[in-house]
Design a protein around this ligand. Structure first.
Ligand code: NAD
Length: 512
């Protein structure tokens, strides 16, 4: 195993020996001591390119203590200085967006253009955080009682932690650290062990921008590291994005240990297509939203609900588009879809195709027929028609390039189906009927709704989050709810009386 090296040197396509990826604590790379490591792959070649250290509870404690020590001076920094720093961070990340995208492609597998899109959407949250002086404005009421004023302020929580999934290794951490730092918290990030290098690179950029050492730390690992974060008495808030079973665990365990927790989970996003929809537009949207990033998006459309007589035409239009999709290495500019993140995940996703057939679905396109040279974790696009709610392909979040089509007789049946689903992340309706769309927006049980928009990820000045089993906790992430999550309110009742009017009064304070 080679020595610990800086993140930007990590991922070369032609890397020979796996590079070791260690923690970032107090502004420097810190080698892990547990002796436990996880493999990092280039999914396009199947080659192991990295080995990431898994932190012990003691190493988590070291990161938290470092963040705790950095907190008093960081929170005391003036809002204008903090905003200035956020602007500098924004500029540096923007300047290096292609380097970050390259890390994403090399470890996650998504195509470069999609990786760049991820960084851009993450940057929008950093840009929002640049407005922190305005975002933290409180309220002020003068003369609530004679000579008494009341005002509210929002203050940071302290040390906050973020635990993030493999599918957006740059954007989802930005959803967390940008508002958390801007609000005056210090931060410990535990990125996915599958694609950890982007976080190390970003840590160096934050340092280069002038962020004081210790304000932002990165620790790697598995359940041992996560549990140490959840149980640590000096961690005040935990943000999590990942699968539903782990999100539920994070929420319950974090709350039990007295932390504020927001835990975003998995999804099964339905796209309802009404009979009056434009078939070509709906098919284009379904293909993009189902197979983009190989279906490894929490906002991917995984179920199309075709209402009434549009079903056959819609399935034919989707099928017609599939052979034209270019699948290959994410570094190849011609590729539109890359490999899946690991071999195990690819095989699990592929099992739903056979499972669907066995359970009665019509396999219109079978991604297993794709032939790509080499040992990359590729799987072609699959389309299952006549899927019913009892089938595993419908019930499970497959998280891969497998699109299910469910036929529904009526609008009501389509809405019932989506509302009975345990997840409630994103949902979309395609129609030319404004009344139907408005009714849908009113009736649907999901946190993010698209009207003729297949992936309705809110812009940075709104908040992102689902309902039901797609989110545990009260707070959606980033936007106004993100600012609330990373701060707590304080209300000050203040009296600067004229000494000439002062008297002793033993009565309960009243507004008069
Ligand atoms: P995951 O739940 O397996 O892992 C997420 C994080 O939790 C990782 O950092 C991982 O190391 C950690 N973790 C894994 N197992 C753990 C355990 N037993 N105990 C403690 N921590 C553990 O998720 P993933 O496979 O990395 O990401 C894909 C999932 O994330 C999908 O379900 C997807 O829908 C979801 N996701 C949701 C959103 C959203 O906004 N709702 C966004 C992106 C991804």
């Amino acid at each position: 195993m080679s020595e610990v090296i800086h993140a930007p040197e990590l991922a070369h396509e032609d890397a020979g020996e796996p590079k070791r990826i260690s923690h970032w604590i107090g502004g420097q790379v810190v080698a892990g001591t547990s002796g436990r490591r996880g493999p990092v792959y280039n999914p396009a070649t199947g080659e192991q390119t990295g080995a990431v250290d898994f932190a012990t509870a003691e190493e988590i404690d070291a990161a938290v203590q470092t963040a705790k020590a950095a907190f008093p001076s960081w929170r005391a920094l003036s809002l204008s200085r903090r905003a200035e720093l956020m602007f500098r961070i924004r500029e540096l990340v923007h300047t290096h967006r292609e380097d970050i995208a390259r890390f994403l492609t090399l470890e996650h597998g998504k195509v470069l253009s999609d990786a760049l899109g991820e960084v851009t959407r993450g940057l929008e949250v950093v840009e929002h955080a640049c407005g922190i002086p305005t975002l933290l404005q409180g309220r002020y009421s003068e003369q609530v009682s004679t000579g008494i004023d009341v005002y509210s302020i929002r203050q940071p929580l302290g040390v906050c932690a973020g635990i993030t999934p493999f599918n957006f290794p740059a954007m989802v951490p930005m959803w967390m650290w940008a508002p958390a730092l801007a609000c005056g918290n210090t931060f410990v990030l535990k990125p996915s062990e599958k694609d950890p290098s982007a976080s190390m690179y970003v840590a160096e950029l934050l340092q280069e921008a002038g962020l004081p050492d210790g304000v932002f730390n990165v620790v790697h690992g598995d359940k041992v590291a996560v549990d140490a974060i959840l149980e640590h008495p000096d961690v005040a808030g935990v943000s999590f994005v990942g699968s539903t079973p782990i999100a539920r665990y994070i929420y319950e365990t974090g709350a039990k240990h007295g932390k504020r927790v927001q835990a975003l989970g998995g999804a099964k996003n339905h796209m309802v297509v009404l009979p009056d929809a434009d078939v070509d537009m709906a098919a284009d949207a379904a293909v993009g939203a189902a197979y983009g990033s190989a279906g490894e998006r929490c906002m991917a459309v995984s179920v199309v609900v075709a209402v009434g007589d549009i079903g056959d035409r819609l399935v034919a239009a989707i099928e017609e588009r599939l052979p034209k999709l270019k699948i290959g290495s994410g570094l190849d500019p011609a590729s539109e879809m890359g490999p899946l993140v690991t071999r195990e995940h690819r095989d699990k996703v592929a099992s739903y195709i056979e499972g669907g057939r066995e359970q009665g679905a019509t396999v219109v396109a079978d991604g297993r027929e794709l032939d790509v040279d080499g040992d990359g974790f590729f799987l072609g696009v699959s389309l299952l028609d006549n899927v019913t709610p009892e089938m595993d392909a419908y019930r499970d979040e497959i998280f891969g390039p497998v699109l299910s089509v469910v036929r529904a007789e009526t609008y009501d049946e389509a809405v019932r189906l989506a509302n009975e689903n345990p997840y409630g992340n994103g949902v979309a309706i395609f129609t030319r009927d404004g009344g139907a769309a408005r009714r849908f927006q009113f009736e649907i049980d999901a946190g993010m709704v698209g009207i003729n928009v297949p992936i309705p990820v809110p812009v940075a000045y709104y908040s992102f989050g689902g309902w039901k089993s797609s989110l545990f906790g009260d707070s959606h992430i980033y936007g106004p709810e993100g600012i609330n999550f990373y701060t707590r309110g304080k209300v000050v009742t203040s009296r600067w009386p004229d000494p000439a009017t002062s008297t002793v009064d033993l009565g309960f304070p009243q507004t008069r």
